[in-house]
Ligand binder design. Structure first.
Ligand code: NAD
Length: 293
C-alpha cells in the first residue's frame, strides 16, 4: 500500500528539511522523484543523495514562484517521466521576519506572499495537465503549518498565507474530486530543519523543558512530515480529500495547557525564578491542578 513503483512525485523545495526528507521517503518507496530547488548547492547535494539511494531522480534548479522556471520544470518532467502522480507543494519560509504587524511593510508582505502562497497557485496550476493525464489516484499535498490553526505573535502575515493554503486545499479538493484527484495538506509544528534549527535555538539548560511544551515529548523531525505526506498520497488515503493533517506531537490539542517541571498539567501561570539548576520557587499547591486534571 505504500508502494510507489511506477509513480512520479514532484517535491518543491526538496533540497533541505521537510522537502528533502519527503523526496527521500518517496524514493525509498519506489517512486521516481522530481525536485525543484532554488539553491544550487542543495540541488547537487540532494541529487547525490537520491542517486546514491538508487532513485530515478530529476533535480532541477529553479524558483517555484517563477512562471518560466515552473514551465521549464513541467517540460522536463514530461520529457523524462511522461507522467506525474503526486505534487508536494513544500516551499515556504517565514523569511526571518518576526515583527509586530504595525512595523511590517507592503514589500515584506509581497515577499512572504511569493514564497508562501503564490508558488502554490503557480505550481499547482502548471501541474494540472500532467495530473489530469494520470487522472484518478493522483494527488496534491500542500505544506501549511500548525500556525494556520493558532496565532503566532509577530508573524501575522506569514500565518495568513499559511492559513490560506488550507482554504485553497479544501476548495480545490472539491473541484478535482469528480476526477478522482485528491488535494490535502499537512500542518507541522516546529520541525528541526535548515530553516528552523530549533535544537540550536534552545540553550542546553532549557532542553529538558521541551516535553512540557510538546505532549509527545519532542519537536518534529522532517521524516514525521514526510510520513504524513506519503500516507496522504497512498492508497490508504483513497477516501481523504480536502483535509489537513495536524502534525504536531499533540501541541494543538494541548492549547493553553502546559506541564510543570514535575510533570503536572496546568493552564495557570507558573512562575519559576531562575528555573534551571535551582529549586523551583513556585510551590505546588492551589496554584497548580492535581495530576491528571
Ligand atoms: N520547519 C518547521 O518548523 C516548519 C513548521 C511548519 C511548517 N513548515 C513548512 O514546511 C515547509 C518546509 O519547511 P522547512 O523548514 O523544511 O524549510 P527549509 O528552508 O529548511 O527547506 C526549504 C527548501 O526550499 C528551498 N526553497 C526556498 N524557496 C524556494 C523557491 N522559491 N523555489 C524553490 N525552492 C525554494 C530552500 O532553498 C530549501 O532548500 C515550508 O512550507 C514551511 O513553511 C516548517
Amino acid at each position: 500500500m505504500f508502494d510507489f513503483k511506477g509513480k512520479v512525485v514532484l517535491v518543491t523545495g526538496g533540497g533541505a528539511g521537510i522537502g528533502r526528507a519527503t523526496a527521500e521517503l518517496f524514493g525509498e518507496l519506489g517512486a521516481r522523484v522530481a525536485v525543484l530547488e532554488i539553491a544550487q548547492d542543495r540541488c547537487e547535494a540532494v541529487r547525490s543523495l537520491l542517486v546514491e539511494a538508487g532513485v530515478d531522480a530529476l533535480v532541477q534548479r529553479g524558483d517555484a514562484a517563477d512562471a518560466g522556471d515552473v514551465d521549464a520544470l513541467m517540460s522536463a518532467i514530461d520529457a523524462r517521466f511522461g507522467r506525474l502522480d503526486v505534487l508536494v507543494n513544500n516551499v515556504g519560509d517565514f523569511l526571518g521576519m518576526a515583527a509586530p504587524f504595525a512595523e511590517t511593510t507592503p514589500a515584506g508582505w509581497n515577499a512572504l506572499y511569493q514564497v508562501n502562497l503564490h508558488h502554490v497557485f503557480l505550481v499547482t496550476h502548471a501541474t494540472l495537465p500532467l495530473l489530469r493525464r494520470t487522472g484518478a489516484g493522483s494527488s496534491i499535498i500542500n505544506v501549511s503549518t500548525i500556525e494556520a490553526f493558532r496565532g503566532i505573535p509577530n508573524a501575522a502575515v506569514y500565518s495568513a498565507f499559511k492559513s490560506a493554503i488550507t482554504g485553497f486545499t479544501r476548495s480545490l479538493a472539491l473541484e478535482l474530486a469528480p476526477e478522482g484527484i485528491r488535494v490535502n495538506a499537512i500542518a507541522p509544528e516546529t520541525t528541526e530543519t535548515e530553516q528552523v534549527p530549533i535544537s540550536r535555538w534552545i540553550p542546553e539548560e532549557y532542553r529538558d523543558l521541551v516535553p512540557r511544551f510538546i505532549p509527545l515529548g519532542r519537536y518534529g523531525e522532517p521524516r514525521d512530515a514526510a510520513g504524513s505526506a506519503v500516507f496522504l498520497a497512498s492508497e490508504l488515503a483513497a477516501w481523504i480529500t480536502g483535509t489537513t493533517i495536524n502534525l504536531d506531537g499533540g501541541a494543538l490539542a494541548a492549547g493553553g495547557w502546559r506541564q510543570t517541571r514535575d510533570g503536572r498539567w496546568t493552564n495557570r501561570p507558573v512562575i519559576e525564578a531562575n528555573a534551571h539548576r535551582s529549586p523551583p520557587t513556585a510551590v505546588p499547591g492551589p496554584e497548580l491542578l492535581p495530576p491528571g486534571l
